[in-house]
Design a protein around this ligand. Structure first.
Ligand code: NDP
Length: 683
């Protein structure tokens, strides 16, 4: 037995809390693991530290630099993960369960680091363009920007993912430039505390950007203001209580909730017992019941199956559950660990008793249950338990009561619409799975289920080998569901960062919009210079540097030559008669010829700082170019992003997006696009 530790909060730049409070027990054997502290915190000071110290320190960095910090932090934690695994075992987690929490957490940091680096600009303002003209002559325009909210993010987490839960909220808010005050659920706060200690030790986080509250949040929620944000993961009851706190309501403090939900998996009635999908369904339900001992907000609580296959599903699912070995995860052969605490054990037992009222327990339920391991009788183990609700259209318990453990209920249906109606009885879920090999079924079912689910997995033999599974939220996909699931949204790639930024519409002349957004806006003043923009190094190039090229008249020979070169003999370019009958009434040049000719007009051919052209964005062929038309291009430096990266030659480089407008002899726009290049730095 290791010596129990005294947990401390990390507030105002130091660890505080020395007076021993409640004991937190190991979920495996009931031995004390840690003590929370009794010392109360001054939440005015906590919030003030975040506002006064955290915000300026975070905003002294830009999106790109914060993304780099996230990556460095992820690496730092990965190198020290063994210490976290050792502590995680006390929460009752198996190695695989801990992997989801610990490496799921660091994986989320990595994911947000690359999202930030690849998709966010330099600086601390996101231009959510394009700008749109708001007047006849283009002298007045409007656009949208996103800026850091200049507030703090209070993150209240659940007990089941002490690391992932904290990091999946921290990563996007840190990237957005918001200091975080993390409050883990008390039961497993010793693991979050250990992780926060590592974050602090790393020296990678700006002062004030991360604070940790062990125990109660006191009057913190009565002190937050409109620019702050509160996020919550836990029970629907607590979510309802917290979101209606008068201070939050009065100050319109955004409150994002992710609450318990009665997620379902539907076995479609096109699936027969010999189909691979039948076993995939059984496997998925069994896995969701046993991973993290069923303590996942995304776990399958309701398994909706065709009534004619109920016996077969019950038999195969029971056979799988029979193989589950419950006990101390450090004992060989154990495949499922404990619930997080004895309180949870009691809570799950009570909920199972409520569910069993009028329903039947078809597997588990406790009799003869003997978890493996010394002292396991003092642990928080619970037997995998499968119930059957014969008449789910009438009985409400399975649609209302969540047993947050290795518990699921079988709900038989008679026709597919009936199955969808049962899914909807959950009144909003984080995730649902539809197991079918029939694309038409998938299209019909998903379109209906999507109104009540945050995420939907369509599982069949093709997806299964690489499926990430029903229960795994992914950094790039939205996590959070409507109604009972809390109505919130987390993750989903950049969407999550935007939750922590404030959006504003901006109106003015294009020149003003360009100055505000830091991006060239069509119609804004440009800077023509005798030096070709491609001859400037990254540092010397300025947004708005522009080149208007010489002209070129397009001939029939150009079209014939381009057709020969590309092999594109489309009738519009080569068939006089068909082209005459077309909407254009004449033969026209290939759109790709116009692009190529424009490049020929604006490129500065000699060796220079432009290292590579890696793509085009927002390409539109606006008007046709016919034989005899004369085109020219305007190339303008639109956006610069400094990712602080070095090229293969060890030299620094940055990303430059160029706005290209190709016009004809009448000044009409014929093609419009952005070119993306890498440009070398001077140094
Ligand atoms: P709670 O809703 O009680 O707690 C969740 C978090 O809120 C914890 O950090 C808790 O802190 C905190 N909290 C509770 N009351 C307040 C308050 N008045 N002010 C500020 N913070 C508060 O959920 P539990 O963790 O106890 O789990 C209960 C049930 O919630 C589970 O059985 C399950 O049904 C569901 N659940 C859902 C999850 C999901 O991801 N959707 C995850 C985990 C649980 P403290 O621990 O200190 O009380």
């Amino acid at each position: 037995m290791t010596h129990p530790t005294q947990l401390q909060s990390y507030v105002g730049g130091r660890f505080v809390g020395t007076r021993r409070g409640a004991t937190l027990a190991s979920a495996v054997n009931g031995e004390p693991v840690a003590y929370v502290h009794e010392d109360s915190l001054d939440f005015g000071e906590v919030l003030d530290h975040a506002h006064r110290v955290g915000i300026p320190a975070l905003l002294a960095l830009d999106f790109q630099q914060r993304a780099a910090r996230l990556k460095a932090l992820a690496k730092y934690l990965v190198e020290r993960k063994d210490a976290l695994y050792a502590i995680s075992a006390q929460t009752g987690a198996t190695r695989a369960d801990s992997w989801i929490d610990i490496e799921g957490g660091t994986g989320t940091l990595f994911a947000y680091s690359s999202l930030g680096s690849n998709e966010l600009p330099s600086g601390n303002l996101v231009h959510e363009g394009p700008a749109m003209p708001l007047s006849k002559t283009g002298g007045f325009a409007g656009t949208h920007i996103l800026v850091p909210r200049r507030g703090a993010a209070v993150h209240i987490n659940a007990f089941n993912f002490p690391i992932w839960g904290a990091l999946e909220k921290f990563a996007p808010s840190f990237l957005a430039g918001m200091p975080c005050i993390v409050k883990p659920a008390t039961a497993t706060s010793y693991l979050t505390e250990a992780m926060v200690r590592l974050c602090v030790e790393s020296g990678l986080l700006p002062e004030g950007s991360l604070q940790l509250v062990i125990g109660s949040t006191g009057d913190l929620l009565d002190r937050v203001r409109g620019q702050d944000v509160v996020t919550f993961t836990g029970s629907a009851d607590t979510a309802a209580k917290l979101r209606t706190r008068p201070n939050l309501v009065l100050n319109s403090v955004p409150f994002n909730a992710e609450a318990d939900s009665l997620n379902c998996a539907i076995l479609s009635d096109d699936v027969l017992p010999d189909d691979p999908e039948f076993d995939l369904f059984v496997k998925e339900v069994a896995r969701e019941m046993t991973v993290k001992a069923g303590q996942k907000c995304t776990a399958i609580r309701r398994a909706i199956v065709p009534r004619r296959h109920l016996a077969a599903v019950t038999e195969r699912l029971s056979a799988r559950l029979a193989k589950v070995v419950v006990g101390d995860p450090s004992v060989d052969g154990v495949t499922m660990g404990a619930l997080a605490s004895r309180d949870q054990q009691r809570d799950v037992a009570e909920r199972v008793a409520q569910l069993a009222h009028g329903n039947q327990i078809v597997w588990g339920g406790g009799a003869g249950f003997a978890p493996r391991g010394t002292g396991a009788d003092q642990g928080a183990f619970f037997a995998p338990t499968l119930l059957l609700c014969e008449h789910p259209g009438m009985d409400a318990a399975a649609h209302d009561i969540e047993a947050f453990g290795p518990v699921s209920t079988l709900l038989p249906y008679d026709d597919f619409d009936g199955a969808l109606a049962l899914a909807e009885r959950g009144r909003g879920s984080l995730v649902g799975t539809l197991v079918t090999h029939d694309p038409a079924r998938a299209a019909y079912g998903v379109a209906r289920l999507a109104a009540l689910h945050g995420r939907l997995l369509v599982l069949d033999r093709d997806a299964a080998p690489e499926s990430t599974g029903h229960g795994s939220p992914l950094p790039l996909l939205k996590h959070g569901g409507p109604g009972r699931a809390g109505g919130g949204e987390e993750l989903g790639g950049l969407r999550a960062v935007k939750h922590y930024l404030q959006r504003a519409a901006v109106q003015g002349s294009p020149t003003m919009l360009a100055a505000v957004t830091g991006e060239h806006v069509r119609g804004a003043a440009v800077r023509e210079s005798s030096v070709h923009p491609f001859r400037h190094h990254f540092e010397d190039l300025r947004v708005g540097d522009s080149l208007l090229t010489h002209r070129r008249t397009v001939s029939e020979a150009d079209i014939v030559a381009f057709g020969g070169l590309s092999g594109d003999y489309f009738y519009m370019h080569f068939d006089e008669i068909a082209a005459k009958a077309s909407v254009f009434g004449k033969r026209i040049a290939h759109g790709y010829f116009v692009l190529s000719a424009a490049a020929g007009l604006f490129v500065s051919p000699g060796e220079g700082p432009v290292l590579a052209n890696y793509g085009l964005d927002t390409l539109r062929f606006v008007k046709p170019v016919g034989i005899g038309d004369t085109i020219r291009a305007r190339l303008t430096c639109k956006r610069k992003i400094d990712r602080n990266k070095l090229g293969a030659d060890g030299r620094g480089q940055g990303v430059v997006a160029w706005d290209v407008e190709v016009t004809n002899q009448d000044g009409e726009l014929v093609a419009s696009y952005d070119i993306l290049t890498l440009v070398a730095k001077r140094g």
